[in-house]
Design a protein around this ligand. Sequence first.
Ligand SMILES: [Zn+2]
Length: 255
Amino acid sequence: MRAVSAHPDVLIITSRLWQTNAVAMRAGEEAMLIDSPYFPDELEALPGLLAGAGFEPDALVATHVDYDHVLGRLAFPGLALGVGEPSALRLREEPGATQRELRDQDAELYVERPTPLSLGQVQALPVPGSIELGPEELELHPADGHTRDGMAVMARWCGVLCVGDYLSPVEIPMVEAGLAEYRATLARLAPLVEAVDTIVPGHGAPQSRDAALRILDEDVDYLEALERGEEKPSLPTGRDTREQRGIHTENLARV
Ligand SMILES: [Zn+2]
C-alpha cells in the first residue's frame, strides 16, 4: 500500500491489488474516505495511516459498488457507506452480489478475512447532486457504462476529481453496461478533467490534467475500435498486455 498527497487536504492510498485507489479528503473539521484498498492488512493499517496524516474519516463513499471499491467499512466499521442513487438501486436489485463476488475473488487469491463484508445501512446520495464536506462541497456526477451505477466525485476547491473506473493508465475501458453510456460518461468527464489538477482513477497512478485528457482520447479511440468489432485493435502504450487483451475479448462479447 502506497500513500501520496495530491494536495494538503487530499491523500491517495493505492492498494497492492490492481493499484486500486482510495482517497481521503478533509475540509474544515470533516474528513471522508472515497473507495478502499483491498487486502486485510491494508484495511487494518488504514485508520492508523490516515490518522497519522491528520485524516480521521467521518464518512465513507464508494464511486460504484463493485466489490473492490466498497471495503471501507472493514477498516471503519462504525461509519456508514454513502453511494450514489444508481448504486443503491443496484444493491437493492442484486442483493448479496457484491459480497458474493468478493468471496469469489478472495477464494481465487487465497485471501482470508477476519470478518466478512457487511455494507450496513447504505446511504443513497443524489447523482447528479452534491454533498457537503465541512465548509466545502463535493459534486457528484453520473459515471455509468463501466457498470450500470457509478459516479465521479469532484472536489473543485482542491482541484481533485475521483472518477471511479474510468481514465485508468493501467486498464482499458471495461464496458460492462453499454458502449453509448460509456461514451457519454467520457464526454461528461472531459470538462471536469479540464477544471482540475489531479485526476484519480479507480486503478493506477493519479494523473495530471494533460495526462488524463490523453487517456480520455485513447479511450475514445479504443471504443471506436470496439464498436467496429476489431479483434486485434492497437491498445494504448502501457495498456497493451495479455490481461488487457483478455478484457477486450470480454468487451467484444458484451457489445
Ligand atoms: Zn475497480
